[in-house]
Design a protein around this ligand. Structure first.
Ligand code: GDD
Ligand code: MN
Length: 366
């Protein structure tokens, strides 16, 4: 018997979308016609049991697959893992909430097949496309600003780079995958920025529908991630997004430190005591903010958070020693005081970041 080999793998990231999946599979079946397809749901262990629904569907239909990810969150990362699990020549990415119009998928695949393009974007802003009533006015405004910013990175005009709906030749995706940032909400922007000018792009219009069941996961965090992605790309992809966040959080720690120091002094503690208490306060605050923001996708909870906090104290303590060591050495070698000071801070921050990533929040790169 000929093994089942799909022409298109449709990767669908999901978080709390259990009610939408059965309908989506039915719609895909109707839309794809003669084209052999499979759908890969990548679920981040949704509390509503989306992965259970997906696996039930998989038991009934060989074209349905599901990757259940545990201990991780993130739309872009889910898309990356899903796409990397595929062997079909073409990979499409779309949302689970029926906002993306599956009936244009065959047209997208046709453009890849005829080699008219290597990436085909489902766009709300070309041809028959429209964003209809799928977005609130505020969200539409934010989307326009983000589109402008993204254009700078991509270096060419694309009508809808923020789209979460696109199809790509698998080999093109495999080539850029190692450079992509898994923590964001906007994977297409990242692909376009990483392949800057090197791939052929086509766009197909579609009508953005209203969400069916469930709620949007777009939030302040998604905006922060997007800004992080921009910074990462502006620095030529050299500075990891997490390091940028880590540094920003560290800067807020200075403010916390000064406030705590002032309060300690006003409360009548000696300078040394107040300074020590302020140091602990700043480290504690940095740990929690980093846990919420920088490492939100691998957030530590409960006793793991407590253990993480203790490890973070140790890492920062050693980092401070490294900072002072380097600065003193440079100062003693007749460098000016501010060069010595900055070098110490850079070494300390880099040490804290690297060791935190390895010891406190264990993870891969980025
Ligand atoms: N696995 C996983 N992990 N999936 C996620 C996560 C996550 O952390 N967050 C969101 N998703 C899934 C949702 O379940 C949904 O299927 C899809 O990703 C998009 O999330 P929505 O919450 O529906 O996003 P949106 O409608 O506000 O925005 C979407 O459409 C825009 C217009 O095309 C996204 O695709 C945007 O990137 C896009 O700009
Ligand atoms: Mn949506």
């Amino acid at each position: 018997m000929q093994p089942f080999l799909p022409t298109v793998s449709i990767v669908v990231p999901t978080f709390n979308e259990s009610q939408n999946l059965p309908r989506l599979v039915g719609l895909l079946d109707r839309a794809m016609g003669e084209i052999p397809w499979e759908v890969v749901f990548v679920d981040d262990d949704s509390p509503d049991g989306t992965w259970q629904v997906a696996k039930q569907l998989a038991r009934e239909d060989a074209r349905v697959r599901c990757i259940r990810r545990v201990g991780r969150r993130g739309l872009a990362g889910a898309c990356i893992e899903g796409a990397l699990s595929c062997a079909a020549p073409y990979v499409a990415v779309m949302d689970a909430d029926l906002q993306h119009d599956e009936t244009v998928l065959p047209a997208m695949v046709a453009k890849l097949r005829s080699d008219e393009a290597e990436i085909v974007i489902g766009s709300r802003f070309v041809g028959d496309g429209s964003s209809g009533d799928g977005f609130s006015a505020g969200r539409a405004f934010a989307s326009r600003i983000a589109t402008r910013l993204a254009a700078l990175l991509i270096g060419r005009r694309v009508s809808d780079p923020m789209s979460g709906f696109f199809a790509v030749k698998r080999e093109v995706f495999e080539a850029v995958a190692p450079r992509l940032v898994p923590s964001g909400f906007k994977i297409l922007v990242d692909i376009l920025a990483s392949t800057r000018g090197k791939v052929r792009i086509a766009e197909v219009g579609y009508r953005f529908r209203s969400r069916q069941e469930g709620r949007s996961k777009f939030d302040a965090r998604a905006i922060l991630d997007f800004l992080g992605l921009l910074l990462h790309r502006v620095t030529g992809g050299t500075v990891p997004v997490r390091f940028l966040f880590f540094t920003i959080v560290g800067t807020t720690g200075i403010a916390i430190h000064l406030i705590a120091l002032r309060v300690g002094l006003l409360a009548g503690f000696s300078f040394d005591t107040a300074q020590s208490m302020a140091t602990v306060a700043a480290m504690t605050s940095n740990f929690h903010v980093n846990n919420l923001l920088t490492y939100s996708d691998m957030k530590l909870r409960g006793t793991a958070a407590l253990a993480g906090l203790l490890k973070f104290y140790i890492v920062c303590g050693v980092g401070a020693l490294a900072n002072i060591g380097v600065a003193s050495w440079l100062f003693d070698s007749n460098e000016s005081w501010w060069i010595a000071g900055i070098a110490g801070v850079v070494v300390g921050a880099t040490f804290n970041y690297t060791m935190s990533s390895i010891i406190v929040w264990r993870q891969q790169q980025n």
